[in-house]
Ligand binder design. Sequence first.
Ligand code: PSV
Ligand code: MN
Length: 404
Amino acid sequence: MDYKPDYERLAERLNAQGTNVENVKAKLKAQHIETPSWGYGNGGTRFKVFAWEGAARNIYEKLDDAAYIHKLSGVAPSIAIHIPWDKVDDYKALGEYARSKGIAIGAVNPNLFQDDQYKLGSVCSPSASVREEALAHIVECCEIMPKVGSNLLSLWFADGTNYSGQDSMSARKRRMEAALVETHKHLPAGSRMLIEYKFFEPAFYHTDLADWGTAYAMALKCGPQAQVLVDTGHHAQGTNIAQIVSFLLDEGRLGGFHFNARRYADDDLIVGTNNPFELFEIYCELVGAGEGAKDVAYMIDQSHNIEPKLEAMLLSVLNCQTAYAKALIVDWNHLAELQAAGVVLGAQQVYVKAFETDVRPLLAQVRVEKGLNPDPIAAYRADNYAAQVAKQRGIALSAGSAIQ
Ligand code: PSV
Ligand code: MN
């Protein structure tokens, strides 16, 4: 693929509009997308888990796969873990294994939804002993963080009710608040807790942390180390996620993302497939925020059922790279002028022009400068890693996903 002439033409155009291409490339080289351990094991829907030949069977194999995705993409240097799916006896050794593979362990996710006692919720359960058990598990995860070298605690609760009157929503709100405030006290120094919301599922009448506003209010009550996590799949149809991102960024409370694509609910599809413009809008808010977005954690939250796992994860990472590249090449100065002058469609066209620009030559150049193959998907297909792990690992319905 001779991408060079196209890259040079694009670089010339960007420099002419006042966008420094070297700066854009430097930002793209520093991009960091975290992949989820649970995306490498078998995962599926509540109807069927299709076992994938070569799916990782334990956390060490998941780390191997995450390191492989990083080797191909150059922008996925960490992996999120979910406890107890990824429970091990020696967490220090786990962190060292990750480092030996050239990656790091990122967010630690306590699992507060899979054990029988959580049927009526975890930290909001009407049972005090269940609430205590849930909090103890969160504290256990706070203790795991320094051992694996992580500074992020990622919290999602399946808590909620199915019927009006089932439990007191205000009592549950106070239980949630007490648990989060207590969690904040256990955070290792310099770390953050990210509070994830979801508007429904598995509870269908009400969810205890249903939306960003609730998560934001909780974060304010906890303290400065608490922020909101935006999972792109967790909104009602038509919600303007870019606006949520913009608000939270401006308040310094956007902690991170769980990227995926959805059409109807929490579909866990490959990010940037059916929502490329939405992903671009989100990245525009992040680029527009400049330094205000410097601590945001970019994580993928997908577990694929019918897609080839590694290729799906690679594509997810690359789609985030594409969206970021497009946001970086927006003619921001021209946009500001048009916005100030109230030129409605002119301003919108500046966005569309960047979105419609073919950034593949720019990304190819960035990859080559990083010593990578300019086309990671082609490199993946030409490589025998997937065939090798399929042979080694075979087909096993393994631990590591919500549906086992
Ligand atoms: C819940 O739907 C969620 O988005 C949470 O982030 C979980 O940790 C993750 O999916 C895996 O089940
Ligand atoms: Mn999520």
